[in-house]
Design a binder for this molecule. Sequence first.
Ligand code: ZN
Length: 422
Amino acid sequence: MKKQYLSRNEFLKLGGSAILLSLAGNYKLLGQSLPNSQHLVDTPLKREAYLKRLLETICTDIGPHRFGTAEYEKVALIYKKEFGLASAQVVQDWVPFSMWEPTSRPVFRIGNTELETMPYKGIAGTPKGGSTGILKKAERGNSYKLVDSNDKVLATVTVNSYGRAISSSAYRNDREIGYVDPAQPSDPIFNIGRQDVPALEAAVQNRSPVMVNVQTRFLPPKPGSSIIATIPGKSTEEILFLAHADSPYMSPGANDNTASVIVMLMLAHSFSGTVPNRTITFMATGGEEDGKVGAIHYAEKRNREGTMKNIKFVVNFDSLTWGPNLQIYSRENDIKDMIASIHRDLNIKAEPKLFDGEGYNMDSAPFRGSGGKAMYVNSRGYDGITLPAYHRPEDIPAIVGADCAEIGFLVFREYINRLQKL
Ligand SMILES: [Zn+2]
């Protein structure tokens, strides 16, 4: 049977031969006035140094940078400056945002035993003193309901299948019905790590009393930003790259999603100083982890301006560096085939996994109306080593594979080149 994933060691043993590929650069410099930052990323070593430097600055020096915070806006300014080296057309797009925060330590207790838990973002709190009930397995998915003696739902309990408890988003605009609505937050949702599933199952069996408690508040709306850089082409037809710039709650977000934004920056540098056939737009979105407010806001702007239909291709980078094997979700077989053939032609030592997803997932969803060919890109391959850090404080620069970032860069630089010729 064919192996689907390389281990990290197997991958490293291959010697990163991908990086020895010749650089098929054939760039035309059509005007002295065009910003040109190609020199920043024109060798594998420079790309690795660039990745490490930005990861250090953003994830170690600044640390967690969730949307709505001063730390996030520091990061956005770094991206604005870096994109400014590659493009004269950089826009900071502001959106109002009501930040959620817990005001008490989240507690999840079965009898006298406390389990680690994280509350979802954008939820209502429990009543003061918490809610007590019994757990029932939910009909669908890997989740549970906490119910009272009348079977009224007090809270939802979800499980993180990758590792320990995480905070995910429960913002109402995840359903694309508008912006954060603090007046109607979701009912309480608590996440539990996969290691505690046996304890949950026992609680269901034994009808043990379960107590949950968290108090929350929404801060008044204030603006948060996304950064959009354009490399104008000969045609207004456009390739749109997206990668979210905000980190999950309590996580430095090195793999999710800082390294992906850095790969996107490398692509911008690499095509700087050129006039491609198709316009290339790079967007570092704000607030993906909080209801994708930044992407929704910018998509609405494009609709208002009447330029949404210019977008012919959409690529959403979300966590490219968990492992070397890209996971591509798209319903367009031709672009999936293209990614597979790029791996073969560039002799990339990794196996892309192609899925029949919509491609308009997460931050690319608001751009569905463009009708462009879309793909959503994640990654796997160092399973058991990096993925347990998903949305956790452990997602730090030390577990970002520079080899994975290099694969993302090589594959999508070639993807852009091939799209230019279509
Ligand atoms: Zn992400």
